[in-house]
Ligand binder design. Structure first.
Ligand code: HEM
Length: 412
């Protein structure tokens, strides 16, 4: 779909050729808090497009609450309760689980994985570069996040391709390349109590049940075993919470990092000078965040207004859905000099891709940053050039943005 500056942000098709950046740029300039009707029976939502307004709303969860769902889809109270994780709660409730799982994701905890990440990345890159032509997403971007998800969760490597396929089906529930049950094209009523309203949720629940029963042994050092042990002591999570938490990690811990890496690879094919900059070794402290800013893989999260309020000069009524378009804030020229340009040395880089400024700040951000950096370090040290052999294919989704395939030819 051609982005004429007026695309419908409620439509997945509007994103199937990549992010409609012209539409977001127009909204930031003309109508920064924009009423977006939904044509499929949804009740419509406010699109918040400017960096400053996103930060304001994200920092005020008493008024802009996560406690009625965080995606555009309207949910009944029952559906919400069945599917929610701590990401769909506000403080003080949110803090209970966050405190429990935070230590496993802290910067020092993740730094301990660096040697492991490096050796996995080296293996992945060596194998990829043994061919001259390949799909960069499949063989370079996808594998490291998948392997590390396994290490973090503590599940066997043999299960990972299956888990990733199911995670893709959850988060890519509007893309026919990832699921047969496309959310806006078929009746998904039967799955309304499942994560992402997806049949893959049923299968992931079964897997999590097997973990809970002890039928699927997990590494005692992994997050799942730690949560179960802490739970045995003080019962923070019910079985359903555990299963939803598991689905959240399988979904969130996988595609987002993949799509940041695939955005980096796409940019490398577009501008050969970027590879030279990476190889110079001078931009490693800043490059990963610049690629993450440009990728903004989770394009938005939703809040719901708890009372009548105002945002960016726009009146908002109690109960209205408010969509924080991080992907738009990340290209706001009020904050970023030449926002559409790749500047690997950008510093500071106050992007919002991890939900900065809010209590739900991404738990996986240190892991994601390290994976992206190390993979690119290992790749750039072995690569003389990379060119695209065709156009990238983008996810069909107004929630998750990414290059899902990119045929390339490389030079060593
Ligand atoms: C570049 C990669 C990633 C991006 C862009 C990203 C993006 C985000 C964003 C925007 C949020 C905030 C959601 C909100 O405000 O409601 C978030 C939260 C979260 N992310 Fe990530 N994420 C990434 C990687 C990961 C990884 C690798 C993991 C786990 C292995 C992860 C796990 C989580 C969890 C558990 C939360 C919920 C935190 C809470 O509610 O307190 N993410 N992520």
């Amino acid at each position: 779909m051609i982005d004429d500056g007026h695309l419908d942000l409620s439509s997945h098709d509007a994103f199937s050729g990549g992010v409609p950046h012209r539409t977001f740029a127009r909204l930031r300039a003309e109508e920064p808090v924009h009423w977006t009707p939904e044509h499929d029976g949804g009740r419509g939502f406010w699109s918040v497009t400017r960096h400053a307004d996103i930060l304001t709303a994200n920092g005020n969860n008493a008024v802009f609450s996560s406690g009625q769902g965080i995606r555009i889809e309207d949910q009944t109270r029952e559906e919400y309760l069945a599917r929610r994780t701590f990401q769909e709660t506000d403080p003080p409730e949110h803090r209970i689980t966050r405190k429990l799982v935070n230590p496993a994701f802290s910067r020092p905890a993740i730094t301990r994985y660096e040697a492991m990440i490096r050796s996995l990345a080296a293996e992945i890159v060596d194998e990829a570069l043994s061919n001259d032509e390949f799909d960069a997403v499949e063989v370079l971007a996808k594998r490291l996040p998948m392997m590390m998800l396994g290490r973090i969760l503590g599940v066997p490597d043999a299960d990972l391709p299956w888990l990733v396929e199911k995670g893709d089906a959850l988060i890519g529930n509007s893309d026919p390349d990832f699921t047969d049950t496309v959310i806006d094209k078929m009746d998904t009523q039967a799955y309304r109590f499942m994560p992402f309203r997806s049949p893959a949720g049923v299968e992931l629940y079964d897997y999590a049940d097997a973990v809970l029963r002890g039928d699927k042994p997990v590494d005692p050092e992994g997050v799942l075993a730690r949560v179960m042990a802490a739970n045995a002591a003080d019962g923070v999570m019910e079985a359903r919470d555990f299963k939803n938490f598991f689905c959240l990690l399988v979904a969130a811990g996988n595609d987002t990092t993949r799509y940041s890496i695939s955005m980096a690879l796409y940019e490398l094919t577009r501008d050969p000078s970027l590879l030279a900059q990476l190889r110079s070794g001078t931009v490693w402290d800043t490059a990963a965040d610049e690629f993450i800013r440009l990728a903004s893989p989770t394009m938005h999260f939703r809040r719901t207004a708890t009372g009548d309020t105002e945002l960016g000069g726009q009146a908002i009524r109690a109960g209205d859905k408010v969509i924080l378009w991080f992907v738009s804030g990340n290209r706001d020229a009020q904050v970023f000099d030449q926002p559409d340009r790749v500047n690997l040395a950008r510093n500071p880089n106050p992007h919002l891709a991890f939900g900065q400024g809010g209590v739900h700040l991404c738990l996986g951000m240190w892991l994601a940053r390290l994976e992206i950096r190390v993979l690119l370090e290992e790749l750039s040290s072995r690569l003389a050039g990379i060119e695209a052999l065709g156009e990238p294919a983008w996810t069909r989704s107004n929630f998750i943005c990414g290059v899902k395939s990119l045929p390339v030819r490389i030079r060593r």
